[in-house]
Write a protein that binds this ligand. Structure first.
Ligand code: URA
Length: 238
C-alpha cells in the first residue's frame, strides 16, 4: 500500500493531509524520513512513524450480509427495532453499515470499520452502480419506464439517469432490475411511486464491484481478497 494511503486509512489524516505530512518530512519508515508519498509500505507491519510516534496498523473487517426484511440499517435503534447488527456475532458490533437499506428491503449490505471504503462506496462523486431486483404491482408501461430511466423529481431534484432491464412483463406484475448511482432515501420505491407504480419487493443485488450472488437471506460472509482489493481501489483513477 502507498504511504499516503496508509496514513489516511489508519486515521492519521485525510489523503491531502497525509501528503502534506510526508512532504514536510514528518513521516518516517523504519527510522528513515520519507518524502515520496507513493513509497510502498507493508500494511500489516508497516514501521511507519509520524513525528516520531509509531502508527499501529488497524485491522479492517469487511462483512457482506444478505439483509432480511424487518431489520433496520442503523447501529442502534431508539425504538428497539431489530438492527442488522443483531444478525452478526457480538465481536462485530463495532462495524457500521455502508449506505442504507429500508427496513422492508432485502439484499446486499456491506458492514465495515473501514471509513475510507465506506466513503468511496457512498459518495456520489465515485458514481457507484447499485442494482436492485424489483417486483412491481402492475405491468410497467413503456412511457413510465422511460420516465424513471430519464429521471424523476424527488424532493425537487431530478434523479440521475437509471437503467432498467425487464425480466418479466406480465398483465398485473413486472419483474425487473434497475441500476442507479445515488442513495437517496427510499430512492427506488419513490422513483416508481413517482410514476404511480408500487414496489412490492425490493432487493439489492450489486453495489459497485460487490455482488450478492447466492448468499442466503440472513447470512453473512467475509469479503475475499479480490473483493477487498476492488473496493479499496475505487477512485484511485479519479
Ligand atoms: N431504494 C429504496 O427504495 N429502498 C432501499 O432500501 C434502497 C433503495
Amino acid at each position: 500500500m502507498r504511504l499516503q494511503v496508509f496514513l489516511s486509512r489508519n486515521g492519521v489524516s485525510s489523503r491531502r493531509g497525509a501528503l502534506d505530512l510526508i512532504k514536510k518530512g514528518n513521516v518516517s519508515l523504519n527510522g528513515e524520513v520519507v518524502f515520496e508519498p507513493s513509497t510502498e509500505v507493508d500494511e500489516k507491519c508497516a514501521g511507519v512513524s509520524v513525528n516520531g510516534e509509531r502508527i499501529k496498523p488497524r485491522k479492517f473487517v469487511y462483512i457482506l450480509l444478505n439483509k432480511p426484511k424487518g431489520y433496520m440499517t442503523t447501529k442502534e435503534d431508539r425504538f428497539a427495532d431489530k438492527t442488522v447488527l443483531d444478525l452478526l456475532p457480538k465481536n462485530l458490533n463495532h462495524l457500521a453499515p455502508v449506505g442504507r437499506l429500508d427496513k422492508d428491503t432485502e439484499g446486499l449490505l456491506l458492514l465495515t470499520n473501514d471509513g475510507d471504503v465506506a466513503y468511496k462506496l457512498t459518495h456520489p462523486k465515485f458514481n457507484i452502480d447499485k442494482t436492485y431486483y424489483v417486483t412491481l404491482r402492475e405491468r410497467l408501461e413503456h412511457q413510465k419506464r422511460i420516465k424513471v430511466e430519464n429521471g424523476v423529481y424527488l424532493d425537487g431534484v431530478k434523479t440521475l439517469p437509471a437503467k432498467i432491464k425487464i425480466i418479466k412483463l406480465l398483465r398485473d406484475r413486472t419483474e425487473l432490475t434497475i441500476t442507479i448511482h445515488e442513495g437517496k432515501k427510499r430512492q427506488v420505491r419513490r422513483m416508481f411511486a413517482n410514476v404511480k407504480t408500487k414496489v412490492l419487493y425490493l432487493k439489492r443485488l450489486v453495489q459497485g464491484p460487490l455482488k450478492l450472488g447466492t448468499l442466503k437471506v440472513g447470512c453473512a460472509r467475509e469479503l475475499n481478497a479480490k473483493e477487498i482489493n476492488s473496493i479499496r481501489m475505487i477512485g484511485d483513477d479519479v
